[in-house]
Design a protein around this ligand. Structure first.
Ligand SMILES: Cc1cc2nc3c(=O)[nH]c(=O)nc-3n(C[C@H](O)[C@H](O)[C@H](O)COP(=O)(O)OP(=O)(O)OC[C@H]3O[C@@H](n4cnc5c(N)ncnc54)[C@H](O)[C@@H]3O)c2cc1C
Length: 437
């Protein structure tokens, strides 16, 4: 194996994003020769159109199934202890809260499953039964504001300085002498095949350049189903966020507050070093269906095609999102309802039907590996997901992960595990703005 690692050439498409940069990192950590690794992306690391190119993302334990729990525990350990990732984990805690009957019931069930996981999570997760208990963890709320709320505080949780963490991987890769292709020379056009027509041996990029390798990993996030035919296993959707600016006095009051999440409203984070708070709403996402022919599809078909903010800088988000983001601000920080919202952005992820990742070899193209299907919850896996992609390349991925992440057409990725299917951007107003001349 050691010999193979030294001599195997690998191309990582989407290496400027979350799963791709993690894969390139773990190739090096596993002993692959840096000059045999090629990272391709539309933008340099951290790619401006990566879902991870953001101020912050939530870190929390996910209990939904065995693989989710295993991966989130592994990543928590690396965010806390790995020298590369440690600086980007702000372990300020997280409060899941609700005041609706159904929301509180869901929270109780979550608390119960944390305890039943049998791995000591009751030590780091505390039920908040009343306003006093919530105020003790989150003194920035007013008693009036949180009347009737209940909550679940997790001291394992917090936030991740997302773009900065991907940037740190990029700096590491540069220092190691990995090969890069960006822009037209980094944008995937199609896989290349050996004489047998089915063994992938490289990638052609938009500018016509050809890169050859033993293995190709496609980790193109929301763009993956537009690049190769994934047989409707992934549907790409946009979620939104906006920023508000605090004065330095306001920012000081919110310093180190836990991440606050309410499934019916959204979530927000403590201000960054410039006093900027990011606010998100919660909803089933927006699609953007159009006729499109990914490589491998016999003819064009209806596919949700991302439209990145990086390329369309005047795009914002639908008017409907302005209303729901403002509702989240009124819920969490009523004193800031009059603040101007800026950096109003859509950010693209791709859902699978069962919300498990799609990390497997393509069933018809040998040595062409997919690492996608993030389902909107995978930034937290930045430190460790690449380790498992490397295991897959080497045939040592554990059976439980291989089963969860296998090629599996046939489900409903449009609705996925969300409350409803997405609304389509074609039916939404307010997000598309012509560039000012
Ligand atoms: C608003 C919002 C909030 C979120 N909050 C959280 C959170 O709190 N916690 C959490 O864990 N997760 C969160 N997520 C989800 C998380 O960001 C994603 O699950 C994760 O970043 C997806 O990683 P990825 O590698 O699949 O895709 P990306 O990180 O998007 O990477 C895809 C890469 O492919 C590149 N690419 C695209 N086309 C091509 C091409 N033709 N050729 C080469 N490269 C290409 C892109 O430039 C990009 O770099 C959130 C997502 C959004 C949108």
């Amino acid at each position: 194996m050691a010999h193979l690692r030294v001599s195997t050439k690998v191309i990582v498409v989407g290496g400027g994003g979350t799963m791709g940069s993690s894969t390139a990192l773990h190739l090096i950590r596993s002993g692959y020769t840096p000059s045999n690794i090629t990272v391709l992306d539309v933008y340099p690391i951290p790619s401006l159109q990566s879902a991870g190119h953001d101020l912050n993302k939530i870190m929390g334990i996910r209990l939904r199934n065995g693989p989710d729990l295993q991966l989130s525990l592994e990543s928590l350990d690396m965010w806390k202890n790995d020298e590369l990732f440690k600086p980007f984990f702000h372990n300020v805690g997280m409060i899941d809260c609700s005041s609706s009957e159904e929301g509180i019931e869901n929270l109780r069930r979550k608390y119960q499953s944390l305890i039943e996981a049998g791995i000591g999570l009751e030590k780091t997760n505390v039920w908040l039964e009343n306003e006093d208990e919530i105020l003790a963890r989150a003194p920035h709320f007013t008693r009036e504001q949180i009347k009737g709320w209940k909550g679940l505080f997790s001291s394992d949780g917090g936030w991740l300085a997302a773009a900065k963490a991907i940037n740190a991987i990029g700096e590491f890769l540069k220092g190691q002498g990995v090969n890069f292709g960006f822009g037209g020379a980094g944008s995937f056009k199609r896989p290349l095949f050996a004489a047998d027509g089915t063994t992938c041996n490289g990638v052609e990029t938009l500018d016509g350049k050809r890169y050859y390798a033993d293995k190709v990993v496609l980790a193109a996030g929301a763009w993956s189903p537009t690049l190769v035919d994934l047989e409707d296993q992934c549907v790409s959707k946009a979620w939104v966020f906006a920023h508000i600016q605090l004065t330095s006095r306001e920012a000081a009051e919110y310093k180190n507050v836990p991440v606050v999440y309410d499934a019916e409203y959204g979530f927000f984070f403590e201000p960054n070093e410039h006093g900027v708070i990011k606010v998100c709403d919660e909803f089933p996402g927006f699609s953007r269906f159009k006729q499109h022919q990914p490589y491998g599809a016999a003819s064009p078909k209806m596919i949700s095609v991302p439209r990145s903010h990086a390329k369309n800088t005047t795009d914002t988000y639908p008017d409907a999102s302005e209303a729901t983001i403002r509702k989240a601000i009124a819920r969490f920080m009523p004193r800031f309802t009059d603040k101007v919202l800026f950096n109003r952005t859509m950010c693209w992820c791709t859902d699978t039907a069962d919300a498990n990742l799609l990390i497997c070899e393509h069933p018809k193209w040998k040595n062409f590996i997919l690492a996608t299907g993030d389902s909107g919850h995978s930034f937290k896996l930045l430190p460790n997901i690449g380790k498992h992609v490397v295991e897959l390349l080497e045939g040592s991925l554990s059976q439980n992960l291989a089963d969860a992440w296998k090629w599996r057409p046939g489900g409903d990725a449009l609705k996925s595990r969300r409350g409803a299917p997405p609304k389509d951007l074609a039916d939404m107003s307010g997000w598309k703005h012509d560039a000012k001349l």
